[in-house]
Write a protein that binds this ligand. Structure first.
Ligand SMILES: C=Cc1ccc(O)cc1
Length: 179
């Protein structure tokens, strides 16, 4: 776990996080570069889903406070406010009705199923949306560096967050062990 103090946008970019929302949902998220995010979902309504190279808007609101916003091929919208110095964030997820009704369609490596997501968002209902606004506690922070393809590179498995937190998943150069 890095214990650095976050001051600038450069301090944030390249950081890898694991956190648990107040509703119990566990997420892993990586600020890949100044316009791209990767993530993996370990617990909650769409546990098992993982995504790489999602385009996002990433800004610093004030020293050490970061806001990230994006819209997904599923039609899901996300806004995250990270306060890494406090080991906290606030996230709001805006799920279209169809994701709430058919979460299993989205539980996959999305990058290989973009057409299915686009077809599903047309086929099923969008409204009313399910809004999930929650604070989260950050349980892991790693200085992965930008554009590190090893950070989010395989499907989530049961003990993956513990392996990462216990230093069993990445080597000293932040490359995946046992790849
Ligand atoms: C739907 C994606 C998503 C990714 C990270 C997060 O904290 C919330 C939602």
């Amino acid at each position: 776990m890095t214990e650095k103090t976050f001051k600038t946008l450069a301090d944030f970019l390249g950081t890898h996080f694991i956190y648990t929302y107040a509703n119990g949902w566990e997420y892993e998220w990586y600020a890949k570069n100044d316009h791209t995010v990767d993530y993996r979902i370990h617990g909650g309504m769409v546990a098992g889903r993982w995504v790489t190279d999602q385009a996002a808007d990433i800004v610093m609101l004030t020293a050490g406070v970061y806001k990230i916003s994006w819209t997904e091929p599923t039609g899901t919208d996300v806004a995250l406010d990270f306060m890494p110095n406090e080991k906290k964030l606030h996230g709001t997820i805006f799920f279209p009705k169809w994701v709430e009704e058919h979460p299993e369609i989205t539980v996959t490596y999305q990058n290989e199923h973009i057409t299915l997501m686009e077809e599903s968002r047309e086929k099923y209902e969008t409204y009313p949306k399910l809004v999930v606004p929650e604070f989260a506690n950050i349980t892991y922070m790693g200085a992965a560096g930008q554009n590190n393809e090893d950070v989010i590179s395989e499907a989530p498995y049961a003990n993956m967050p513990d392996d990462i937190r216990n230093g069993k998943y990445f080597d000293e150069n932040y490359h995946r062990i046992n790849k």
